[in-house]
Each structure stands twice: as C-alpha cells, then as structure tokens.
Design a protein around this ligand. Structure first.
Ligand code: ZN
Length: 550
C-alpha cells in the first residue's frame, strides 16, 4: 500500500490511550492508514506520496469545536467589531469608518459589544449620538442582547414595542418608546432582518424554516457567508464542529457547499426545539436525522434553551440575584414540561443539548434527563448541558452518574480570555463564586468534558481557548479549575468527538479513522501555559484534504 500523504518527524499526540505518542502518520483515501514510528510509517511512501516534514512540531487529531454558531459566525466576519472599545468617542470613530466603507448598507451591524461599553446601560439616545441618520445596532458579545439606535428601531418597526414570547423583550422606556435594548433572539430579529440576515438568524431565533423558501440566488449569498465561516474555522485547525442552532435550511446550505467542494469540516446541526412547540415537532428532528446521516453532515440531536445569560440577568438561578430580593429569573421550560420533551426526544433516540447557565437551569435540565432515564432506561445517549456557568454542588454527582456531557467553554470564564471579570462576577455574587465556571471539579467527579468557543460569542481560536483552559483564574472560595494540557487537548479532540457520538470517526489518530489532522506551529508540550495562546496552526487536513496551510 502507498499512502497519499505522510506527515513525519512529528511529535504526534494521538489521544488514543493505547498508543498516545507517535512520530509519523500516513493518510490514504481520506482515512488514517498508519500511526507509529517513522520507519514503519515511511515504508508506505510511494512515487505519488506527499511527504510533509513536521520538523518536530506537534501533530494532533483535527480539533472538534463542540459548540459554535457557524452560520452567524460566518456572517459576522463582515460586520464591524467593537470588542474592547469603551466610551462614545471610540464607538463614534469606529462607526464613522464603517459607515463610510458601506455607504449603501441598510443596517450597520456591530459585534462584540459589552454591557459596560458606556458608563450607564446603553440606550437608543446614546447610539443616536454615535450615528443619527442611519440604522445602526450593536450585538453583545454573548449574543443575547442587541442595542439599536432610533433609526434602526423605526426601520424595523419596533420603536413602539412588539409582543414577544416569554423570555424575549423589546425593553420599553417611560416615554412609551423602545429604549433601544433588545433582549434575546426574537426581540432583535426584526433589526437583524434589516441587514438581510433574517434567514441566517432563524436557526437560533425560532428554529423555523425560511418562508418562502429562498431562491437559488439568495441561497448562494448565504452559502458564501457560511463558506467564509468554514475557512475561518479551518485556519484554526477545526475539522469537526457541533452547531448549536439550526434547521433543515442550515443543513441544505452546508449540503450545497459540499457539492461546491467547500465543506471543509464535518458539521452536526440540531433541530432547535422552542418552548411553544408540541411534541410532534420532534417528527421534524427525526426527519432531519434520517436525511442527514453521513460522515460530514448529521443532525441526530435537539437543541433547547433553558435560560438566558448572567449579564442580562436572564440566567435562571436557585438563589436571588445579589441586590435583587425575590428575583431569580425564570426557566424557559417549566420542569414538568421539559421532562416531557426530554423523555420523548430520548425515547426517539435523539440526543439532547440544553443551554443552561444558571444553577436553577442546570438543575431543571438534570431533572429532565433523570426523568428520561427513568422512563426509557439509562442508555448511552450522551445528553449534554451547554455552558454550566453555575451549578449547585449537589448536582455535580448527579450529572456524572447520568452520563451527561459537560460542554463548557474555557474562554467564557470571566477573566480567562476576552470577557472581563466584571460585571459578571458581581452579578453572580461572591457567595456563589466557588461554584461558578467549574471545570476541573466537574472532570474530577467523573463528568465527560467537551471544550468549545461558542463562536462568535468568543474567538473560535482553539489555541487561545487552550490557553484560557490552562491559565484561567480561580475565584475566591473556589479551587483551581484549570485542566492539564493533555486533558485540555482531549476536551478539544477525543472528548468532543465522543460527546458528538463521533468517536468511531474522528477525534483520535488511529488507523481506520478519518484523516482529520492538525499540525501546530511548534511543540505544544514545551510551551509554557501562558504562551500556548500565541501558538498557531500550521496545517489543517480534513478527510485527507488540506483545508488550511499557514
Ligand atoms: Zn451558543
């Protein structure tokens, strides 16, 4: 046998516990055919074999990004980025330049806003001063709030308010007009629509399909945005991803990219189950699962939101928010209702992934998974909880015992990467810091860990995420929650693949598995934890094809 590609002279970390280290790897027809010592692997060299000399650099399984929003991330690459900007002057300058570069844009959309960009909560009046005559809006980095100026609210038809489903809100002022703050996806959907991205927002906002179904020309515009997102992820070494919003339309866009030869990663896309849906909506999840079930595009799971986020105080807590007696926010699914959906999805063999940030939301979710296990038997479902920013100690052992995946994002911990410690930590309250953003504690009690960025909520860079996992701060009263290098790498590779039911396909470097490989720009084991974030990706291979080369 002759290999198509051999990567040799490498420090290969296979993530395969039986053979954790190797020097070389051979690929053929999209699969790994050998992993081992140089001599054995190089014996597969033929006249056509491409030899890549790694020069002692680290080679790993292609990264598995376990929680991201590919379609939104791809579209946002073209938006204005205001992360790190503070004060009206900085915003004015940024928007002035962006407006000049986009004279025809119906909406000037910015990303990466923080809740403390201005000294007081941002209003449409503040944004009118930034740019009065054209619609502008800023999405919070967490993507759960949008702030819009008066022109944008008017153009979107929501200046006088709008009825929204529970948990979503066009915030109204004393003057009877919208303040400019729009909480959660359905409240800001009309503003997003101004920018021509309503279709791309459906997967996260409503889970519904575009109606009418887009024309081929519209599909091509959308595909180009998703393709940009895929290229961006390939440059960060990502070969598999679990999208955390979706509908059939998302899968159709990706299928179109596959036909164009642009699908550079394996993508799982969920059916998004919203609180108003009846159980029969799971028929659509099953149909998506049936129609997309190969090594590249899969459904197979249901995404739900149990609550919002801490910074807008929509995360559902077991205790009152500090300084707000009696206020804990509310779950988006009442416990009995969630249990009913979980039992039925589980019965149908669908994996479930629930966004749960507050400790109340986490408990509701565990309770529902426990109900599913009681009703249908505890099977290997690998139901997941996304985020777990706060958890009651009593729930950690339950989570592990039920085999629930802890899908956590190292960059989200305040102070770990781009998110400041405040105001988030104050909103949690010092009394609860010991149980906030746990990672090592969850792993230590037996929870299966998968790491991710939640891009575009944070930078999709896996190396920066690794850096955050290795160096994140501890909070008063808590313990060091950093995982070690190998455990962290595992959570970005084999752990993520397992959490996605794809360990038989990818996530480790083992003969027979898909040829999904990443080569770093150096030897990660000799790097100090503080400098891991500065390393780069030299080469990404997915399914045997080079998808990125530095
Ligand atoms: Zn997310």
């Amino acid at each position: 046998m002759q290999a198509d590609t051999i990567i040799t002279n490498a420090r290969v970390l296979t993530m395969d516990p039986d053979h954790p280290r190797a020097e070389a790897i051979a690929l053929k027809a999209g699969r790994i055919v050998a992993v081992g010592l140089r001599a054995a692997v190089e014996a597969l060299t033929g006249p056509q074999t491409q030899i890549i000399d790694a020069d002692g650099r680290t080679v790993l399984p292609g990264f598995v990004e376990s929680h991201l929003h590919l379609v939104l991330g791809g579209a946002e690459l073209a938006h204005l980025h205001v992360g790190g900007l503070y004060g009206p002057e900085a915003l004015r300058a940024a928007f002035a330049g962006f407006a000049a570069r986009h004279p025809e844009a119906p909406l000037l959309m910015a990303q990466g806003g923080t809740y403390t960009m201005l000294d007081a909560p941002m209003t449409r009046a503040d944004l009118d001063k930034v740019l009065p005559d054209r619609p502008i809006a800023i999405t919070a980095a967490d993507h759960h709030t949008v702030w819009a100026n008066t022109a944008a609210l008017k153009a979107a038809g929501i200046l006088h308010g709008m009825a929204c489903p529970h948990g979503h809100e066009v915030v109204m002022g004393a003057d009877g007009l919208a303040t400019g703050e729009l909480r959660e996806f359905e409240a800001f959907a009309p503003v997003i629509a101004l920018g021509g991205e309503a279709r791309l927002n459906l997967g996260i906002a409503t889970g519904e399909e575009p109606s009418p179904w887009p024309s081929e020309a519209e599909m091509a515009i959308d595909r180009a945005k998703v393709a940009a997102g895929l290229r961006h992820c390939a440059a960060h070494g990502i070969t598999s991803m679990v999208n955390m919003d979706g509908n059939r339309f998302t899968l159709d866009l990706l299928d179109g990219l596959r036909r164009e030869g642009k699908l550079s990663a394996r993508v799982k896309v969920p059916f998004h189950f919203k609180p108003h849906m009846g159980l029969e909506a799971l028929d659509r999840a099953e149909a998506m699962t049936r129609d997309f079930a190969d090594d590249w595009l899969q459904c197979g799971f249901v995404k739900m939101f149990m609550d919002g986020v801490i910074d807008s105080r929509t995360a559902y807590m077991l205790n009152d928010y500090p300084g707000q007696p009696g206020y804990r926010a509310e779950p988006l699914f009442a416990p009995a209702r969630f249990a009913e959906v979980a039992v039925e999805a589980d019965r149908r063999g669908l994996q479930i992934a629930v966004h749960a940030i507050g400790d109340g939301a986490v408990r509701n979710t565990i309770d529902g998974y426990a109900a599913a296990a009681r009703a249908n038997g505890l099977r290997d479902m690998r139901h997941r909880i996304e985020h777990i920013e706060l958890i009651d100690r009593a729930d950690i052992a339950r989570l592990a015992a039920l085999g629930i995946v802890a899908s956590v994002q190292p960059p989200h911990a305040p102070g770990a990467m781009d998110f400041a410690k405040q105001p988030t930590l104050d909103m949690i309250g010092a009394a609860r810091w010991q149980d906030a953003y746990l990672c090592a504690t969850l792993a230590g009690q037996g929870a299966r860990i998968a790491f991710a960025s939640d891009w575009p909520v944070t930078d999709v860079s896996v190396l920066r995420g690794l850096g955050a996992a290795l160096t994140r701060p501890s909070y008063a009263g808590g313990v060091n929650e950093c995982l070690g290098l190998m455990e962290s790498l595992h959570a970005y590779t084999a752990g993520g693949a397992w959490a996605a039911h794809r360990e038989g396909l990818t996530g480790t470097l083992r003969a027979g598995l898909a040829a999904d490989v990443v080569m770093l720009t150096g030897d990660i084991e000799s790097a100090r934890p503080e400098s891991v974030a500065d390393m780069g990706v030299a080469l990404t291979i997915c399914g045997g094809q080079i998808t990125y080369q530095a």
